[in-house]
Structures are given as C-alpha cells and as structure tokens.
Ligand binder design. Structure first.
Ligand SMILES: [Mg+2]
Length: 378
C-alpha cells in the first residue's frame, strides 16, 4: 500500500464486560472492565485501531467526538502534527481559551486513542508491523503476570496460591497487589506468596498509591527480606518527585511509577529527581504511543527501564524497540481479571512462557472480533 490519504473519520466502540467477582486494589474496587476502541478511517479506506483503558469511558468518548473535527483532513501519517495540534488545545492560544482543566485526564486519554490508531494506520500503509517501523526485530518481549487482587470473603493468603498458579503456567515474574491492609497483614500475604513461588521468581509489589512517605518507608523495611523486585506506585497521589527521591534513599528496593502520569513532562521529573528506575507510562491511558515513545527515549538517556502498564499487545511494540532499556510489558495472569483482553481480539500478540510473541501483521498486528465487540457494546 502507498501513502494513506487524509483522516476522514474517527469512530468509537465502547466495550464493557463484567468480572465474575468484584476485585479491589488499595485504591479502588471494580465489578467490570471497560475498553474504548478508537477507529480512525482514511479517505482511501485504511482503518487503524487504538484503545483507551481510562475512565469514565463515556466522557472520554465525548472528548474524542469533540476533538475529531480538529483532525479531519489532516494527513493520516502526521502523528506528530496531529498530537501537537490536539495537545495545544489544552493550553490557551492567542485569542482563545483552553479546554477545561477539570477534564485533562480524559482529554489526554482521548488524544492517546486517536494517536495509537494513527500508528496502526502508519504500519498498515507501510505494510509493516509497528515494531519494524521503530527498527526492532520480531522477538519475544518479557512479561510478568499481575494478580493478588483483594476479593471479598477470600482468606488473607489466597494470593499465594493464585500467583504460584501463574508460575506453574510459565511466568518467571509475578506482581502482587498490596497496600490495602495493615502492614502486618501485608507482610503475611507477601511472605506466603514468596514461599509459594520459590526464590527464583521475581516478585513485584503494586501499592496503588497506598502510603504517605513515613508509612511507605516502614512498609519497605518490612517487606525487604522477601527479595522484592520493585515497589510500584508507592506513594499517595499528591506526593511529588522530591518525595519519591526521599523514599528511594530510604530503601534498596527499586521504585516503579508512571501509569498515572499524563505527559512526558511530569514523568521526566519522577525519572530524574524522583529516582524512579522502572517507568510505567501507559499509552492507552494518556497521550498515546507518540508520547510513550518520547518517554522511552528519555528513560534510555537516564539509564532507567521502561515497563509500560497494561495493554501488552500494543506496548510490546515499544518495548521491543528499546533493546537496552525495554524491560517488560504487563499481563494479567488470569482471564478472570481481564475478560476483554481475552475476548476482543481475533488475532494479537500471544502470551506464553513469560513472554509476548508478536505476529508479522502490519500495524499493531491486532484483529478485532466484532461479534464480541457488539455483544459487549457499552
Ligand atoms: Mg499499577
């Protein structure tokens, strides 16, 4: 295929699927999962797909509809110009105001969905997978399995059996949700999990912003004996890079952060001032693949590692393109946690033996199962 033409339409497909049981992190409970599929169509008929995994889905859908007139008629290859044009709307321009600051997370998510679809189009137009556009070979990308959500009525150490199950299924690294209970009880969960998975499996802890600084220092001291790979999103939402730097000085466990950041600018300061070693910027939550690529270059310069949050079938293309700094993508060890990921795609990268295996199809290598999408339309 040659050059694609101009952006002719942006369509959205909101999808929602119930979870079998309500699952809780330290931060929130969820009874369902949602995904906003973003379809950009060119005037010569190429369709590209992006996805948004942020909330509220209805608001983000509304923002995509409001942003669409700004990109209609632009070159479908011009992801940089499209990104800049949409991002500029979030700050005042001469003679006009800006989009509302209260909606920033949803606007950045909407920009991300459109941006990812343009990368899919670029690959399809070139007849190349996105990883090839970025200069990578098709190679397995490391992944870990996330689990250990809090479920009403389950015994305290149920997480140990669950994560040992992931290991039995081939995962070499597992991530435990933690931080929702007392430190004493969390230590019981972590000790049981370490005993169940054995000494050779990497164990990450995801705190979902559970602690203030002294609390997290105490937590880090208590869990250090269990050979912890990283502490993820350790501090309350309002704490800043300087606070992360103090935490990093107080513990030998590396810090991971970035899934809640909206741009490369705040992410940069966590990386440099905050001593964050694993950067988890999520293209499907904010700002798209273009911004995730900028973050990855920044991490490379800083000697940190990228390990994007969520959406392994898309983020694997990015991680593959950074052989020195690309550490891993995140998978959910159990289909019960992410039924959409297991149901929506008729083809995509496959997870086995703690690695993501990409296909050779152009773009992100994703085919949509439209029957599933219709059945679960939100
Ligand atoms: Mg997390």
């Amino acid at each position: 295929m040659g050059n694609p033409g101009k952006i002719a339409a942006v369509n959205t497909h909101p999808i929602s699927a119930p979870l079998k049981r309500v699952q809780r992190t330290a931060h929130e409970s969820r009874g369902d999962v949602t995904l906003l599929l973003v379809e950009v169509v060119t005037d010569d008929g190429i369709k590209g797909y992006g996805q948004v995994s942020s909330t509220p889905m209805k608001d983000i859908d509304g923002w995509i509809k409001k942003l669409t007139p700004h990109v209609i008629g632009m070159s479908a290859l011009a992801h940089g110009d499209v990104w800049e044009k949409l991002f500029a709307l979030t700050s005042p321009q001469p003679g006009q105001g800006a989009l509302p600051r209260s909606a920033r997370p949803q606007i950045m998510a909407a920009i991300g969905g459109i941006d990812m679809a343009l990368w899919d189009i670029k690959g399809k137009a070139a007849g190349m997978p996105v990883y090839a556009l970025l200069g990578a070979e098709n190679k397995p990308v490391f992944t870990y399995g996330t689990g250990g959500y809090y479920i009403e009525g389950e015994k305290l150490t149920a997480c140990a059996d669950e994560l040992a199950g992931f290991v039995a299924n081939g995962y070499k690294a597992v991530k435990l949700k933690t931080g929702a209970d007392t430190i004493a009880n969390e230590v019981k969960r972590i000790a049981a999990t370490r005993a169940a998975i054995g000494p050779d499996i990497s164990l990450m802890l995801d705190l979902n912003a559970a602690y203030d600084l002294p609390g997290c220092m105490a937590f880090a001291r208590a869990v250090a004996p269990y050979n912890i790979f990283w502490l993820e999103e350790p501090l309350h939402w309002y704490l800043q890079p300087a606070d992360f730097a103090l935490l990093a000085k107080a513990t030998t466990i590396p810090l991971a952060h970035g899934e809640r950041e909206l741009t490369r600018f705040t992410t940069r300061d966590f990386l440099t001032i905050g001593s964050v070693r694993y950067v988890m910027f999520d293209a499907t939550r904010a700002a798209g693949f273009t911004e995730a690529l900028r973050v990855a270059h920044m991490a490379d310069h800083a000697g940190a590692m990228i390990t994007p949050h969520h959406a392994p079938e898309m983020h694997c293309h990015l991680v593959a393109a950074f052989p020195r700094t690309g550490f891993a993508v995140e998978s959910h060890g159990s289909p019960d946690r992410d039924p959409i990921w297991h149901g929506l795609f008729s083809d995509r990268a496959q997870v086995r033996d703690s690695h993501v295996y990409m296909n050779d199809k152009p773009g992100f290598g994703i085919d949509i199962d439209w029957d599933y999408a219709k059945k679960h339309a939100a």
